[in-house]
Structure formats: C-alpha cells, structure tokens
Design a protein around this ligand. Structure first.
Ligand code: KG4
Ligand code: ZN
Length: 335
C-alpha cells in the first residue's frame, strides 16, 4: 500500500453495487468530467423489486459499453487517468463482483493504482462534487435502499459510525409501502410524486424510537402500521393513495430528522450532509433545512442515487491504493 500525492488527479470510478452500472471520471475529487449511469430499473419495475441474479446479468452486458461511453463522451483515454476507484461493498455480491473484477483487470492491464471504496462512504462524498465543499466536523445521514446510517465525520478518513436502522432501511420503507399501495418500484420517487396532492395528517403513523437516547432507527413498525391500515381501508381513489403517500413520506422524514437533529446537537456540529437515494427526497431536504439552524448539504439529487462519480471522489480524498490482486468484494461490510 502506498499514498500518492493528491495534486491534479483524474480518477476513473466504477460502481456496480446494486442495479446500476456506472463509470465516471472525476478531477481532483470535485469536478465531474463524465458520469455515465446505466440502469436495469425498467426490468425491476416490472417485478416490483430488484432480483439480484437479473441485475448482475444486465450489469455483465452493460459494464464495457458504460466504460466505452465514459471515455468516448469525455474524449479521454486511459492515458489521461491516474487511478481507478471501485465500490467493493456493501451491496449485492453478484453485482459487486462485476465492478471489482473489471476494475482489477483494468488496473493490471493499464498499470494504474486501484482504490477500493466503501459504497456508503461514496454516498457521503456525493456532497464534495461541486464548487463548495462541506466543512468538518459534520454529521452524515446515509439513507439508501439498504442502509440508514448516522456517521460523525471529523475529517477525510475520520468516520465514526454512530447508529443505524435496527430493521428496514428508509429506502426499503418507501419501496415496501409503495408496493402495498400499488405504486411500483422504486417506491421513493413514486411516493414523493403521489404525495404532492395528499394530506400528510390523514393517517396517524408511528415515528418509532423517537424518544430513545441511542442513535438508531426502526422502520418495520411503520410498514406494519401501513399494512394494517391498507387492509382495513383499501385505498379506492387517487386521493386516498395520495393521502397514504403523504402520511408515509411525512412519517419517514420525521423519523429520520428527529434522530439526525439530536445527534447534530449532541456533537455540536454546524453542518449535516445527506447522502443516498432517499436524500433525493424533496420533503426531507425541505424539512431538514427548516428544522436545523446550521447548514444542510445535500448536493444535486441526481448524485444522491448510485453513481460512480461519488466513488471517484471518495477515492481521491481517502486515497489508499491496494494491489489489484488483493482487492475483494465484501457485500456485508458497514463503514
Ligand atoms: O442509494 P440508492 O440509489 O441505492 C442503494 O444504495 O440502495 O438508493 C435507492 C433508494 C430506493 O429505496 C429508492 O426508493 C430511494 O432510494 N429513493 C427515494 C427517492 N429517490 C430514490 N426515496 C425517497 N424520495 C426520493 N425522491
Ligand atoms: Zn447506494
């Protein structure tokens, strides 16, 4: 392992942890030169959720064309790349392996340093992609389809995990309740859209663990409450679906913010970073900004969801290269 100087550096990022296949080239961790994202979402929308085997099969087909597109549209070649960064976990094993093995092959053939990146840390670094960078210390709330984590960030590479969900992730809560309402997959954007014309006070849903002193979340009770309500009260009209959606969205956002604000107060930080697919949610962004006296940084919503630019950025600011043959996919890793 060696640390190389971080002057001007272009990193090729590769991300394949879930259903996306993404390749990006980022300069100095902040400037996106290209960020190509191929998704097999239309296939998963038909089945109402991701079938890992199908996602991986699609990624095998998409990996090389995605890389070709990234180089073609940026008019760069591998000679212009200083290093390769790849997501090694957490995620779906079949999906991770495609990105990891591709990155290892390229690092070997092109003789480039290879930086394995934790996907959750990658989500935090979507907030570095832009003109202004976050300050330290901050609290990062990572909210995705598989994770809901609170992290204290005291500097680059200085991450302290504080708490997370005890059961379902926030994104999962959106996806599962959307399915119950017949809104399709992915549930987050569908619920957000349906909620626009809904009344968030119509259904009384729980905000679990809001009084607990730990930094954990729980969303399975919310899902059960929605199951019971929907069974008792089958939504018959567009308006009823909208009211359910607005009530669900409000409950998830409240649960996330109650804990995040408590943590920000305890650690006396003046900045909160939002990352992960659920960070694209408009209500979460709006309510966070209203309730927190400091700064909320959430970046471009298009970069909240899975993409390779955030992986390249995380690699730049936490540059630790590993010999290509030592890099392994680790689906269960946390932070
Ligand atoms: O980070 P991500 O793209 O993939 C994972 O690492 O899981 O997050 C996907 C999750 C899905 O659960 C999806 O429903 C949710 O992010 N999501 C949203 C929104 N956009 C995506 N949830 C709420 N509101 C949104 N606008
Ligand atoms: Zn993700």
């Amino acid at each position: 392992m060696c640390i190389i100087p971080l002057d001007t550096m272009r990193i090729l990022g590769i991300e394949t942890s879930c259903d996306e296949t993404s390749a990006a080239i980022v300069e100095d961790g902040t400037k996106i030169l290209v960020n190509v994202i191929a998704s097999s979402l239309p296939i998963h929308a038909k089945t109402g959720g991701i079938i890992p085997e199908i996602a991986a099969r699609e990624q095998v087909k998409a990996m090389v064309p995605t890389l070709e597109e990234a180089f073609h549209s940026s008019r760069l070649t591998h000679h212009n790349i200083d290093a390769i960064a790849v997501t090694y976990g957490p995620g779906l094993i079949g999906s991770l392996l495609i990105g990891v093995e591709t990155a290892k092959t390229l690092a070997y053939v092109w003789n480039k340093p290879l930086v394995p990146v934790n996907h959750l840390i990658g989500h935090i670094y979507s907030n570095w992609l832009g003109e202004q960078q976050p300050s330290f210390p901050n609290i990062a709330l990572i909210v995705s389809g598989g994770h809901t984590e609170l992290v204290l960030m005291e500097g680059h590479g200085k991450f302290k995990w504080l708490g997370g969900t005890r059961d379902d992730a926030a994104g999962e809560a959106f996806d599962k309740t959307a399915r119950l309402l017949g809104l399709g997959y992915p549930g987050g954007p569908a619920i957000q859209k349906a909620a626009e014309s809904g009344d968030p006070t119509k259904f009384n849903l729980p905000r679990p663990l809001s009084d607990s002193t730990d930094f954990d979340f729980s969303f399975s009770g919310l899902k059960t409450a929605v199951v019971n309500l929907v069974n008792k009260n089958k939504p018959k009209s567009h308006q009823e679906v909208a009211d359910f959606s607005a009530s669900i969205q409000e409950a998830i956002v409240d649960s996330l913010l109650i804990k995040t604000l408590k943590v920000a107060k305890k650690f006396e930080v003046s900045e909160i970073l939002l990352g992960g697919g659920v960070a694209a949610n408009n209500l979460l962004r709006k309510k966070a900004a209203e309730k927190f006296s400091g700064k909320i940084t959430a970046g471009d919503p298009k970069l909240s969801v899975d993409n390779a630019a955030m992986i390249a950025s995380a690699a730049y600011f936490n540059f630790k290269n590993v010999r290509w043959d030592k890099v392994k996919a680790d689906p269960g890793i946390l932070i």
